[in-house]
Design a protein around this ligand. Sequence first.
Ligand SMILES: Cc1cc2nc3c(=O)[nH]c(=O)nc-3n(C[C@H](O)[C@H](O)[C@H](O)COP(=O)(O)OP(=O)(O)OC[C@H]3O[C@@H](n4cnc5c(N)ncnc54)[C@H](O)[C@@H]3O)c2cc1C
Length: 403
Amino acid sequence: MDIEYTIAEEAFRAEVKEFIAANHTEEIRARSAKSLTGYINKESHVAWQKALHKKGWIAPNWPVEYGGPGWSATQKYIYETEMQMAGCLRPVAFGLKMVAPVIMEFGTPEQKAQFLPDILETNVWWCQGYSEPGSGSDLASLQTRAIPDGDDYIVNGSKIWTTMAQRADWIFCLVRTSTEGKRQQGISFLLIPMTTPGITVEPIVLLDQTTAPDQEVNQVFFEDVRVPQANRIGDENAGWTVAKYLLEFERGNAYAGALQGGVARIREIAKQERYDGGRLIDDPAFAAKLAQCEVTVEAIQYTELRTLSALSAGQRVGAESSILKCQGSSMTQEIGELSVEANAYYASPFDRGVLDAGANVAPIGPDYSIAAAGRYFNQRKATIYGGSNEVQHEIVAKRILGM
Ligand SMILES: Cc1cc2nc3c(=O)[nH]c(=O)nc-3n(C[C@H](O)[C@H](O)[C@H](O)COP(=O)(O)OP(=O)(O)OC[C@H]3O[C@@H](n4cnc5c(N)ncnc54)[C@H](O)[C@@H]3O)c2cc1C
């Protein structure tokens, strides 16, 4: 097997590095370094995505006909790795990686023309309205109702844990359009502008006490919200198929680049932190943990490359996305834990003032310690969102292992 990069691929890597140096500005880098959630202020997030779009690189996995760059699997891999190793801000997934593939697969030509260019250009911020109070893992029990009224639906109900809904221009929603037959057969997939009268967004304040406009999750309420039926993707009552297709993309997200970046940063910290008269990196117990992380991350990377090559060959991600979701999210947490261990006492202080962008408060300890504990706590979410890991284990058991 030839695992050397070609001259053209190395030239592409150099181009990616050059682009990052020129466009991932010091302001964005500083904000990202302090972010506990992976989000920074909306304006800077959008500016970074627009820079990627201008270069033609915002949607590596989109087909060329919709504006994708037409890269080989190796180019996608190089791009993703370089971006994550450099600690670059990740583009928001809701539009580019979730609703866009759904619109490409199930949308009408009019819907494709209306929504895809704005997603590509980051003119709209999307959020995901799947979960409801009482309907998370058991998503098919959802009760937000959409009742036909002329050419519209009237929507009533509530969605919960809606990430960044306070920033969103549009929400993609699962709604109940029938109570007949199997629960899965009465669900439709609707696109709704967040400015529609009757929609209210209320923040859910988490343990880190981040408040509006930067808090992460919300509850969204719908009271007699009028939505054109033309905003439905796919047939009425066929939303479950659409929903599951989207989840393959949500769960099959690329983790390896970010994990490699995380391991590399811990290695740098361990070279600087003292331990028992020497450096932490020389402690055999710590070095063994770091090596174990590296081995697992490499295994995840090869699984992702396999998925990527299947996608390039026109195949679906399928239930294998559940394996990636479990492995990627668990490793995210393990690396977060190791980072706290490497930072030792300096991980302890939690000072919101220091975390705020542009703060001139001196941190207790080195800069790399500022976000370590906050991230560790925030990362508890990774094994819950996108479908909890326990539920993903069941999918793997049933649909891959045939148990
Ligand atoms: C930070 C964060 C952001 C989120 N963002 C969004 C978003 O933007 N949009 C959105 O729609 N949703 C979002 N979610 C919701 C997320 O998808 C749900 O929290 C998740 O699906 C679990 O549902 P639940 O919270 O209702 O827990 P429950 O379904 O009540 O589960 C509770 C516990 O029981 C376990 N369990 C449940 N069923 C089974 C089973 N069959 N077998 C074994 N164990 C089981 C679960 O693993 C879990 O440990 C987000 C969640 C978090 C934490």
